[in-house]
Design a protein around this ligand. Structure first.
Ligand code: TXA
Ligand code: MG
Length: 316
């Protein structure tokens, strides 16, 4: 229990119906054979995740996507343009995938991940792998194997260590199950990139959207209150009015020397900030500070997804 597994050990464990941590380029997943209902049930249980919140199915190829979902022309274009990569596509489901995985919905969320270790597990097992992020429900997603062991170690067979996740934030979810594409979750694939293929695209990120029940307004809980500011200047002004020693600061740009800081990206890169975001929330959450001050990023590229996660982390 709770140990680091080789790819061969992971493949055997999955074929045996066990659940384990697996690296992807976005965040670590808690994987199970998607066609094995008792394995999938263990995933919901280990995460303490409500059964109404469906799981993403990870597959290695476009042929495998076709095996589990109805692939429209437009959806195929999306996969050809962006997969493998940090993109999940919601499609009408086929019967290959049990209803437990999709919480009874007539659609399935499918992703071809880009991490070489995850692809190796998919190819050599021949399985389709259902995997939510490998964190207890409501907490920040893990971006290292150690995070997985820290949070779920005694509930799973182990974790395959694929190094720190390069993207660091979950996949962007696009619903292609009806005629009109809709973004259900902002994530590691920038909206601007999707729009180059799909044209202007609607977003439906509301917490109350029954089609993406995982998108609760309160999520990514670091264990202490998070206060959000519009930008770095507003954060610095607020810092003047409090005892800075009690504050953890999540920011980007030149080093801030008050309080306990975590710099998401000194060079103000939205992709670097995304990579570091969950680590920053964890690091500051594990210090003695009483609360976290964080500032929003400009609303473009992956800045949108970072802001979305910060807003959810700040909501109690
Ligand atoms: O990057 C990622 O997507 C990571 C890695 C491990 O692949 N996975 C991940 O899974 O973030 P999870 O379970 O934490 O988030 C999946 C989201 C949930 O918000 C869920 O509600 C939504 O996907 N989802 C799953 N199936 C869906 C469906 N059929 N229709 C709409 N939303 C769906
Ligand atoms: Mg999650």
């Amino acid at each position: 229990m709770g140990k680091v597994l080789s790819v061969a050990e992971a493949v055997n464990a999955l074929l045996d119906g066990q659940i384990l941590g697996l690296p992807t380029e976005t965040v670590y997943g808690l994987g199970a054979d998607a066609t094995n209902e008792s394995a999938v049930a263990q995933v919901f249980k280990a995460k303490n995740r409500p059964r109404f919140d469906p799981l993403i199915v990870h597959v290695p190829t476009l042929a495998a996507v076709r095996d589990i979902a109805e692939l429209s022309e437009a959806a195929e274009q999306l996969f050809l343009a962006f997969s493998p990569g940090p993109l999940t596509v919601v499609l009408p489901k086929k019967n290959t995938i049990p209803d437990l995985v999709t919480s009874g919905h007539s659609t399935v969320a499918v992703r071809i991940p880009a991490h070489p270790v995850m692809l190796e597990v998919l190819h050599s097992s021949g399985l389709y792998i259902a995997a939510p992020s490998a964190n207890p429900f409501g907490f920040a997603s893990p971006t290292t194997a150690q995070h997985v062991l820290d949070q779920l170690g005694n509930l799973i067979s182990g974790v395959v260590d694929g190094g720190p996740c390069s993207v660091g934030i979950e996949s962007t979810i696009v619903d292609m199950s009806s005629g009109v594409p809709k973004v259900l979750r902002l994530g590691g694939m920038a909206l601007e990139q999707l729009e180059r293929v799909l044209g202007p695209i609607a977003t439906q990120l509301s917490s109350s959207n029954p089609n993406a029940p995982g998108m609760l307004t309160s999520h990514y809980n670091p264990g202490i209150p998070v206060q959000l500011f519009e930008n770095r200047e507003a954060l610095l002004a607020a810092l003047q009015l409090v005892d800075a020693d009690t504050i953890g600061i999540l920011y980007w740009g030149e080093t801030i020397t008050h309080g306990t800081g975590f710099n998401l990206s000194e060079r103000r890169s939205d992709t670097e900030a995304a990579t570091n975001l969950f680590k920053g929330l964890r690091v500051l959450g594990n210090t003695q500070v009483a609360q976290i001050f964080a500032h929003l990023l400009p609303e473009n590229g992956l800045g949108r997804a970072v802001n979305d996660r910060l807003q959810r982390a700040a909501n109690k």
